[in-house]
Design a protein around this ligand. Sequence first.
Ligand code: GLN
Length: 198
Amino acid sequence: MTAPVGLLTLQGDYDKHRQAFAALGRETRGVRRPGELAEVSCLVIPGGESTTLSRLIDRVGLRGPLREFAASHPVMGTCAGLIMMSRELDGETPGDFGVRPLGLLDCTVRRNGYGRQIDSFTADVDISALAGRGDKFPAVFIRAPRIVAAGPNAEVVATHGNEPVAVRSGHLLGLTFHPELTSDLRIHRAFLDLLDRA
Ligand code: GLN
């Protein structure tokens, strides 16, 4: 039996991810402490607020253990979760102080990169590199980060127009949007495929 899917439950909208995995018949387990990583097969870092997430990760001593876990287990970060997985932050956003990314994905992101006017929107994005040919994915962006640079170790696996909105590096996946807020389960399924292949 595979261990449950881990959800980083320090902060953010992890419960929507729980529901998505439940719809796929997969059990989830919350992770708030380093020792709990031993009980899960993979991990989702949810959307929320990266300033808070970053501080809490350090407070509970999860920074090193998360990096170690990610070396050999699938991890998916959505929105603030992608910010945490990135290598570097770009630009000056008030409140960046304190966001220390984990450096798991070879990309640079700009927090709140879509500005104020359209800080939340839905767009159909191309996920064929992730989930094969098919319809575009109805992606929900909420004060989303922008991927301003993807390095050679990050494969762009979803695009909105010409712009990357998801990157993958082996078993690590980061998305600027919230796949858990739609009933389309293709991205959660693609993430589980990374697990089954690992
Ligand atoms: N803007 C938030 C941040 O910088 C992310 C928003 C989200 O996760 N929906 O952390």
